[in-house]
Design a protein around this ligand. Sequence first.
Ligand code: ADP
Ligand code: MG
Length: 253
Amino acid sequence: MARRKKIYEGKAKILYEGPEPGTYVQYFKDDATAFNAEKKAVIEGKGVLNNRLSEFFMTGLNTIGVPTHFLKRLNMREQLIRQVEIIPLEVIVRNFAAGSIAKRLGLEEGAALPRPIVEFSYKEDSLGDPLVTEEYIIAFGWASQQDLDDMIALALRVNDFLAGVMYGVGIKLIDFKIEIGRVYEGDFMRLVVADEISPDSCRLWDVKTGQKLDKDVFRRDLGNLTDAYTEVAKRLGVMPSNVTHATKPTLIN
Ligand SMILES: Nc1ncnc2c1ncn2[C@@H]1O[C@H](COP(=O)(O)OP(=O)(O)O)[C@@H](O)[C@H]1O
Ligand SMILES: [Mg+2]
């Protein structure tokens, strides 16, 4: 069997050369990292769940006219995506205070924000993905003013979609992060949602109990991460409710 070309191996995913020019195969690993990769673990079943969940969100976005890199799911851990030129920014949308904004501004976790807040951090692990202003982004040429306006509009559309879908299954969308890439078509360039949308990149709280169903379960040692992600997948109907994560063979004496 021919070995395929590995394009990039990141913390949670691997990109392989795709079957056609302009495509990649995105492989979801079970690796989990937090605090800029200071905390690491292998969480059995996470990659399978994130592959399914990212497919679910990206397909939904495509259906309502929000362009994404997603083409099709190939198998349990892999999906075919369009190759894009990633803008080196993490685009974060916050509906409620949590994480760094709560810390920075002394807000209580879960406090409602006056409106959705979009912020950017520079995607550079060695610097811990620092928060950057629009001034920085334009001055350093990471994106133009037009790109920024388009990125904010795109991020807010994703927010409305995700928040609505989540609320429909009793989950509050606290915040999320996306990456955006450029696709060139002849003389035109457009921005599309890339990377992944999964509980690794969102904060999701149960509406009634406030239980966390996202990567904070791992960051803060709140329980079994795969169980939390399985709960999200079950509620969204992307996994039959009787199927949980990979079962281990058991020895019969
Ligand atoms: N459609 C795409 N085209 C090109 N690169 C992509 C695309 N989608 C995601 N990427 C990049 O692939 C990598 C995915 O692997 P990940 O494990 O998340 O890496 P990282 O550790 O850099 O966050 C990221 O660097 C992301 O920017
Ligand atoms: Mg990543």
